[in-house]
Design a binder for this molecule. Structure first.
Ligand SMILES: [Zn+2]
Length: 402
């Protein structure tokens, strides 16, 4: 057993406890959360004490691209469609071994930052393999691309093959989902086919949606830089006369049957917010990435007021620089307990994992992190966790000897 005492313990679903402690059972679950004096110390338990620190649930980063960890600082482009093309070229120049190392480094960087659960999208499978190999927790969404309607069958076959290949790697702690990437990389028939496939195979679904103004111009008017780039490749483009959110509703990607995780949702109006609410899915907001690319600001308060589950994500380190969700909360204008709730229980709820993680409650998995106490009020640019625990196992920081 593992017993962690801290200057204050923040269960998130209950008020903070001054001089509190958490007892972790050998099955990796939380056995007790209370004031230090009320938490037993079973014989043989490993004991660790952090008198000047806060003990919080492990942080949830609801959008990462861990296979791109090695590309931090390597894309100088600013204009979004050119930035995307440069990422594609850098990925083409990466070997599968490099992707594996990159994803593994990404998982370790998450642990250093106190992040114990990620929702990751990628095209190589490397993040799922890294999560499984290292004993991490997360959902990996296998991306599928194909902007030309003529490529629908080939793209779907690629996706099916990837799911067959990766299925045995998945587990209750490292889940597999699928992600038709974005409206500028996925054709209408491919969206329909992937949504159908996800429903039939009961795979979680995630999409990049309503991120840039160029994406809205493409969907609504068949115009703008994405439209020009597609036409230059000989790919037909048509105006759909609606917003990207309405477009994905029409295609069956959004809806109660898929519970889709919608990443970004910056370019949305009131009608879109109502659609997102009624679709039974969740929204991921990435304020720092949106700022980097000049996309604008997602209406976080409106999403929360509508009762839509919302998580914060860092997006790739190429956009945000790191996997630090405290900085993401600060960029969203949140601090203190409100920030903490957003990057723990709210993130877990957005991923449908709030029954298992996201708060310090007896019976939940012991996913937790210890930070210097200043983190709640003055988040450092990159606060390092003093200790990170996943399912009862210390994975980063100070690891007490058995
Ligand atoms: Zn992304």
């Amino acid at each position: 057993m593992l017993r962690i005492r801290a200057g204050s313990v923040h269960p998130v679903t209950a008020p903070p406890i001054t001089d509190g402690a958490v007892l972790v059972a050998d099955d990796g679950r939380i056995a007790a959360v209370a004031a230090h004096s009320q938490v037993p110390t079973p014989p043989g338990a490993r004991r660790v004490e952090f008198p000047d620190a806060v003990l919080v649930p492990g942080l949830v980063n609801t959008h990462t691209h861990l296979e791109l960890t090695h590309l931090a600082g390597r894309n100088p482009e600013r204009e979004f469609s050119r930035w995307i093309r440069t990422i594609r070229a850098l990925k083409d120049a990466t070997t599968s071994e490099e992707f594996d190392h990159s994803a593994e480094q990404g998982v370790r960087d998450c642990w250093t930052a106190g992040v114990t659960c990620v929702a990751d999208t990628g095209s190589t499978g490397a993040p799922l393999r890294a999560l499984a190999r290292l004993g991490a927790r997360g959902i990996y969404y296998q991306e599928v691309f194909g902007p030309d309607p003529a490529d629908r069958a080939a793209s779907l076959a690629d996706l099916r093959a990837a799911v067959v290949r990766l299925g045995p790697v998945a587990s209750p702690r490292t889940r597999l989902g699928v992600s038709p990437h974005a409206p500028y990389t996925v054709s209408e028939p491919l969206y329909r086919a992937v949504a159908d496939f996800a429903r039939r195979e009961t795979l979680p679904l995630a999409v990049h949606l309503a991120e840039s103004r160029e994406e809205t111009a493409l969907v609504r008017d068949g115009a703008g830089s994405f439209a020009e780039a597609l036409r230059a490749r000989g790919i037909p483009v048509q105006a759909h006369h609606c917003s990207p959110v309405q477009y994905l509703l029409q295609l069956g990607v959004l809806g109660r049957a898929t519970g889709c995780l919608c990443i970004h949702c910056v370019q949305v109006d009131e009608r879109d917010i109502a659609i997102l609410r009624d679709s039974g899915g969740a929204v991921v907001s990435c304020p720092r990435s949106n700022r980097t690319h000049g996309h604008g600001t997602a209406p976080l308060a409106a999403f929360r007021a509508a009762g839509i589950p919302v998580g914060l994500g860092t997006d790739s380190v190429v956009s945000a620089g790191d996997v630090n969700v405290w900085a993401e909360a600060a960029a969203a204008g949140l601090d203190g307990e409100d920030a903490l709730r957003m990057i723990t229980i709210e993130g877990a709820r957005a991923l449908g994992l709030d029954g298992e993680i996201g708060s310090l409650d007896v019976g939940k998995s012991a996913d937790l992190a210890v930070f210097p106490s200043t983190v709640l009020y003055r988040p450092l640019p990159s606060p390092t966790a003093l200790l990170t625990v996943v399912a009862g196992r210390p994975v980063a920081g100070y690891i007490p000897a058995p």
